[in-house]
Design a binder for this molecule. Structure first.
Ligand SMILES: NC(=O)c1ccc[n+]([C@@H]2O[C@H](COP(=O)([O-])OP(=O)(O)OC[C@H]3O[C@@H](n4cnc5c(N)ncnc54)[C@H](OP(=O)(O)O)[C@@H]3O)[C@@H](O)[C@H]2O)c1
Length: 333
């Protein structure tokens, strides 16, 4: 059985191009006891994949030149030599960027058709958004919340999670007027601001006259510095990502400087976190997510890339050009 994979042709140093990807045609190994053959249906694209291609230092190992890329995917079992899976079962894996693959049963998560309306809703940054908002920021009733990168995969879920946990006010920043409108009109944010426009300082003052209580940061840079100025007393900062550093490679939004005296005066709780997708984190997220989706008050914020596996490289390039919103899914069928 042959499979098509997309691999890393060469390490980009700055912006991704189509030449950084290569198509690999491989023969899959025969099934042995405890393994299954899976046909992928959908895969996820995330901005961190660009960093893994560049080989940057991250909590996980980078992609390897000449080898297939990897990432979250959902698929259907086509053949099985496992007692745990039978043909037709839906599974989630980290074996994206390929049409088919053979894997050990312990590398796969079963996807319950009863729990979720469509398996691809699992291809999202929920475990990170949930862990950051709930375990790290401990968001709860009455909190006032500021989310940066709010129209991204993590941010678009983090804001909704804060609302579900009883936050009184949830606002965010995004990089276009269309994304700002989407946050307010479709995802239930109370307000949002296009950070590319002047006036973010005044806007934050109007949103939080007494400062906010929770900051969920996926951007860093000048927006982090702004957040320190607009934080309320004892505000909790959940530091998740550095999109400005990842994307603004020209140094136009340099690493933030932390005003320590303001932090001391306000007694800010600055908590940087990394999500390791432990079974407990996945379970906590999926249980709440399934319930919230079923209740109909929670959106799976996403962009769908069509055209099969060959459309995935361009989909990732578009993601790094800020042309998508929410979580980005490639339909592989
Ligand atoms: N700590 C953890 O465990 C963990 C886990 C997963 C991800 N992360 C990190 O969390 C961050 C968000 O991840 P994600 O998957 O949600 O990202 P994403 O959706 O893939 O981010 C893409 C978005 O970034 C925004 N962006 C681009 N350049 C920007 C700039 N200069 N300033 C501000 N925003 C910019 C764009 O939106 P606009 O058009 O709105 O600017 C773009 O659409 C990343 O830094 C990621 O590495 C951390």
């Amino acid at each position: 059985m042959r499979a098509t994979q997309i691999g890393l042709a060469s390490r980009p140093t700055e912006n991704l191009t189509a030449d950084d990807f290569e198509i690999l045609d491989v023969e899959l190994p025969s099934l042995t006891e405890g393994t299954v053959l899976v046909k992928n249906i959908s895969m996820q694209l995330t901005s961190v994949m660009a960093d893994l291609m560049r080989g940057e230092e991250l909590p996980m190992p980078p992609y390897t030149e000449g080898q297939p890329l990897w990432g979250a995917a959902v698929g259907v079992v086509e053949q099985s030599k496992s007692h745990l899976f039978t043909p037709g079962d839906m599974v989630q894996s980290m074996n994206g960027w390929r049409t088919h693959f053979v894997a050990r049963e312990d590398e796969l998560f079963s996807v319950s058709a009863n729990q979720f309306p469509r398996p691809e809703v699992l291809l999202c940054q929920g475990p990170t958004a949930y862990h950051g908002m709930v375990d790290i920021a401990e968001v709860g009733s009455g909190d006032t919340v500021f989310v940066t990168g709010a129209a991204g995969g993590v941010g678009s879920l983090a804001g909704q999670i804060a609302r579900k946990r009883g936050a009184q006010r949830v606002v965010g920043t995004a990089g276009s007027d269309a994304k700002v409108a989407w946050l307010v009109d479709e995802l239930g944010f109370d307000a949002a601001f296009n950070y590319k426009n002047p006036g973010i300082d005044e806007w934050l003052t109007s949103q939080f006259p007494h400062g906010f209580s929770v900051f969920f940061d996926t951007v860093g840079g000048s927006q982090f510095e702004m957040a320190v100025r607009h934080a309320g007393q004892d505000a909790r900062f959940a530091l998740c990502g550095t999109l400005s550093e990842q994307f603004a490679k020209d140094g136009s939004d340099p690493r933030p400087r932390f005003d320590i005296m303001t932090g001391i005066r306000k007694q800010l709780k600055i908590l940087a976190f990394s999500t390791y997708h432990t079974p407990e984190q996945i379970q906590a997220w999926t249980t709440h997510y399934a319930q919230w989706l079923a209740e109909g008050e929670f959106r799976f914020p996403h962009t769908t890339v069509r055209g099969g596996l060959s459309a995935a490289p361009e989909g990732l390039i578009s993601l790094t050009q800020s042309r998508h919103r929410g979580n980005v899914i490639v339909e592989l069928n």
